[in-house]
Design a protein. Structure first.
Length: 226
């Protein structure tokens, strides 16, 4: 995900031609290739259509959610049954790449580029944490019988710490303050990698194993549409 991604500005396409043109570009992607779509609004109709007409063919997540534009990254995948670990693990790698790119640009004094990457990282991470808090963790808690010592309690606490560090990171980029940016990076580095590892090694596989295939697919689709 560190290679230059293709970009399509849907705002420049006449409204009546927009959706077919976007679908043509997306369906030309090979597995592993990505396209950034710039849209004038949340692309909810497109997302539902992709799940209905091209099931299992794409992963996606936001890079910017308004107010002037919505930017979403779409990555083609080999059509195969979806898993929680497959989708959310992909999103982890996507966010890690954005963070690394933003940090490198800041250290190279390209503050405009750094702010763009780190703002995209913030939008991606906040959405990721929200769908886990609101959809994935409740599903896990229901499956596990609502145990008082569920690992999701600690994961929610870690999400709060990560959100605070991301807020400080984005602020430091806007202020062009390298020392503050590095401090926020250091805080993230003490939480996020271990948090992601616990999810990918424990929580996500537990969900994938516990759910029947149709239920697992339905859960991942809820995450994709959230």
């Amino acid at each position: 995900m560190t290679t230059q991604m293709q970009e399509l500005d849907g705002r420049a396409i006449p409204h009546e031609e927009r959706l077919p043109a976007i679908l043509r570009r997306l369906t030309k992607l090979q597995p592993g290739e990505s396209l950034v779509l710039v849209a004038p609004h949340e692309p909810s109709k497109l997302l539902r259509m992709l799940l209905a007409e091209f099931p299992r063919c794409f992963e996606w997540g936001p890079l910017q959610r308004g107010p002037q534009a919505w930017r979403w990254q779409f990555t083609a995948r080999t059509p195969q049954p979806r898993t929680v670990n497959g989708y959310l693990g992909w999103d982890h790698r996507r966010m890690e790449a954005l963070l690394a790119q933003g940090a490198a640009l800041a250290h190279g004094a390209d503050w405009a580029g750094a702010q763009a990457k780190l703002d995209a990282y913030a939008d991606a991470l906040l959405r990721h944490a929200d769908v886990e808090d609101e959809i994935l963790f409740p599903a896990y808690e229901k499956l596990s019988g609502g145990l008082a010592d569920s690992p999701t309690a600690m994961m929610r606490h870690e999400h709060a710490e990560i959100r605070a560090a991301v807020h400080d990171l984005a602020h430091a980029a806007r202020q062009r303050d390298l020392a503050a940016l590095q401090s926020a990076m250091d805080r993230l580095d003490t939480i996020a990698p271990e948090h992601h590892a616990k999810e990918e090694e424990i929580l996500f596989p537990a969900m994938d194993e516990a759910l029947q295939p149709a239920d697992r697919e339905a859960l991942v689709e809820r995450l994709l549409l959230a």
